[in-house]
Ligand binder design. Sequence first.
Ligand code: CA
Length: 226
Amino acid sequence: MAVKILLIEDEEKIARFTELELVHEGYEVEKAFDGRTGLDRAESGDFDLILLDIMLPELSGLEVLRRLRRTSDVPVIMLTARDAVMDKVSGLDAGADDYITKPFAIEELLARIRVIFKKRNKDERETHILEAKGVVMDLDRHEVTCRGEIIQLNHREYELVKTLMENKNYVMNREQLMNDVCGYNYVGESNVIDVYVRYIRAKIDDHFKMKFITTVRGVGYAIKDE
Ligand code: CA
């Protein structure tokens, strides 16, 4: 499926030229010529990347970006006027991923787009699968497996394993684990984490004859996988 780019730019010549080049590279492009229409289209979630001019009629590019960031983390490259340092700073502050100064060489824009997609793909690979000691946690599918076998964990057991795997090789104390697993406002037995660890050990350590969660005496727990 083609990567979809939304180009929000009121200067029709620049918009048309940029569109032609992007389409030539295999991207699918939709144009919007003012901030309000651009924001509407951007919020639809139909796009993989937004190219956003700053000086726009109806709503400025910065305002579009601010509003968009309330609901979306779609990558945004700002198109700024030459030497408009304030625009660049404000754009990055408001959550832009990158900016490019007009007039720009199309090769430079293409290179920046490639960098953003490369980084996104890497982030996704790194954050959606956790692995330690042969236990694999697929965060998209909400599934934990070991040696191809699915491990059934309840919600809090799952959150506890996730926290320990995200902090692999670090010792987490009971308070940190309570916050992550039960929420900051949790009021209850302080040994609740020990109870969950016992359940998890029955399902993983005992079942697969391994040492998954390590107790660090007087401190807390860790998954050590060095
Ligand atoms: Ca403009």
